[in-house]
Design a protein around this ligand. Structure first.
Ligand code: URA
Length: 237
C-alpha cells in the first residue's frame, strides 16, 4: 500500500537515524537522496521507499514483522538490562512507533515470539476474539495426575485471583512428566498457574507455535523477517 509522503526530518528521526535537528546536518553534508536526487530541505515531503542515506536505502521504511526465538533469561519489557530488544539492531530501539512483542513470554520461557511496530497487525494477532492457538512444551516436576487432560479441557479451571475460568486447553501427554499444551488465550503466567492448580510445578516451558508460526531451525536469540505471505495471511490453521 502506498504510504503518504512525510517530512524527511520527521521520517529519519522516527526511524532512529538521528534527532530532527541532526537531519539538517545530514542534508547539508549531502548524505540524503530521494530517487537518486540530492535532497537539501528538511521540510521536503518524501516517499519513504525512495529515500537513501549514506548510499543505502533506509532501514525498513514502513514496518517490521519479525519471528524471534526468545531465549531463556530475557524479558519482554523495554526498560530492562535483560530486554529481548538487545538482540535487534540498535537503531530499532529509537524507532517510532516502537517495536513491540505480540504478547509476552516469561523470563524463563523460551520459544516463538512475534514482534512488530504495526499496531493493527499486533492487534490482529493478540485479539482474544481470534483465539489464536499457542502450543507449549511443558516439563513437570511430578508425574501428571490422571484427570489432568479432562480438567484442562473442560474450560472450568479457575486460577487464583481471576474472575473467569481458563478457556479449554488441549493437552497431549508425551511422558508422565512432559506434555504439549495448546491454549487459545494468553493470561499472565497462565501455563505455570494451570499446573499449580493441578498440584504440580512447571520445570521448563517452551512455546513451540503461535498460530501458524513455528521456530523450525531458528536458533535461540535469533530472529528472521516474516515473508510477505506470512504477514498477510488471514486464516489460522
Ligand atoms: N504461560 C506461562 O506461564 N508463561 C509464559 O511465558 C507463557 C504462557
Amino acid at each position: 500500500m502506498q504510504k503518504p509522503a512525510e517530512r524527511i526530518d520527521h521520517l529519519l528521526s522516527r526511524l532512529g537515524y538521528c534527532s530532527r535537528s541532526e537531519v539538517r546536518d545530514l542534508l547539508r553534508e549531502g548524505q540524503v537522496r530521494v530517487a537518486g536526487e540530492l535532497l537539501r530541505k528538511a521540510s521536503a515531503k518524501v516517499d519513504a521507499a525512495l529515500v537513501w542515506v549514506d548510499d543505502e536505502p533506509i532501514d525498513h521504511p514502513h514496518a517490521l514483522y519479525l519471528l524471534y526465538h526468545k531465549p531463556l533469561g530475557k524479558v519482554c519489557a523495554h526498560d530492562d538490562p535483560r530486554a529481548i530488544y538487545q538482540d535487534f539492531p540498535l537503531r530499532w530501539r529509537y524507532r517510532r512507533p516502537s517495536l513491540s512483542s505480540v504478547g509476552r513470554l516469561d523470563r524463563e520461557t523460551s520459544g516463538v515470539l512475534l514482534l512488530t511496530d504495526d499496531g493493527d497487525w499486533l492487534h490482529h494477532w493478540t485479539s482474544p476474539r481470534r483465539a489464536i492457538p499457542r502450543v507449549y512444551r511443558v516439563t513437570l516436576q511430578a508425574p501428571l495426575r490422571g484427570d489432568a487432560a479432562d480438567i484442562l479441557g473442560a474450560g472450568t479451571l479457575m486460577l487464583e485471583g481471576e474472575e473467569t475460568p481458563c478457556r479449554p486447553a488441549a493437552m497431549q501427554r508425551l511422558t508422565d512428566q512432559e506434555v504439549l499444551l495448546t491454549l487459545t488465550e494468553g493470561r499472565y503466567h497462565e501455563v505455570r498457574r494451570m499446573f499449580v492448580a493441578l498440584d504440580n510445578l512447571v520445570l521448563t516451558l517452551q512455546r513451540e507455535a503461535f498460530g501458524p508460526f513455528v521456530l523450525d531451525d531458528l536458533p535461540a536469540g535469533q530472529w528472521r523477517e516474516l515473508t510477505e505471505a506470512e504477514r498477510t495471511m488471514e486464516k489460522i490453521p
